[in-house]
Design a protein around this ligand. Sequence first.
Ligand SMILES: [Zn+2]
Length: 365
Amino acid sequence: MLDTLRKLTLLESPSLEKPLLDRCCDFLADLWLGRGSLVHVLKQSVRGNHLRAVWPSSPSRRRGQLLILGHYDTVYPAGTLQHMPFRRAGPKVFGPGTFDMKAGIVQALFALEALQQLRIPARKNLVFLWTSDEETGSAASRRLIETEARQSDAVLVLEPALGPQGLLKTSRKGVGEVHLIVRGHASHAGLAPERGVNAIHELARQIARIEGWNDHRRGVSVHANLIQGGTRTNVTADYAEARVDLRAWKQADMRSLERRMHALKPIHKGARLELRGGFNRPPLERRHSSALFACAQRIAKQLGFRLGEAAAGGGSDGNFTAALGIPTLDGLGAVGDGAHSPDEYVLVQAMPQRAALLAALLATC
Ligand SMILES: [Zn+2]
């Protein structure tokens, strides 16, 4: 498993570098071809290609499909390996994208291999989908993921588990981003300030208003994390813009936040507001993961370990599939920590354990 993970990590795959992504995708295609799967490289014109690989269930089995979902792109630019090499130190392996989420892909490969070697037929068709743009919001894979999910009875997401205890992610916040744009009117700050409409003052009032919508107990967060505007200190600002991060645990809260955002009205006379964007990923609510999690916990007990669960404030492609009402269990990938950081690592001894957990889920759920 480590040898495969090393090869996969050495094929750097930053989300925006198509030639590198395609090379990594071809490597994955070869791995699944080598395990006798039907492999389709789904060509993309701008983003990296996606990989769809199918291991069919035996004809006597019940029909249906399980989707095993993940991404092979990483947040690290090309050349990161030079100062962040793939290396093992005691119980951990380090390297860009190992934890998020190349080790998860390797575990899925070995779960499939385990079923094949033990001659355990899959209960349903197994569709593995490895996409190239999750770290940038999945614009080029979302429709594909949703189409595949609609044909599936369940979705198992190989994103990393939470923390070194390896908690599965049974709920995730919905995540959105809106651009709040204010247009005012420029005027000489000394000669005719009364003729100006200050877009920055208007934006400041709007930000104070939306700040009041934060509700930490409900997990609703609204944060203006980026602002810009104005031209010079002696000119009334005619333009200002904020980029606002929105998060919520519940679909109902997500919808109400969006409604309130769109209902914002200008406070200063003459100011105009414009709103772009909204929620990109709807929440993954626990009701869509609870049955699968109970199944995974039973299997873990048989395998001799305790499996816990956690709620994650960040989104993944599992948010899309759960929002369609398809049972979705996330965090089935690597155990480790430090995603998107120079200290990203995977706990080596958990790799076969989690591969076994996945194999058993594929054979029984
Ligand atoms: Zn990820």
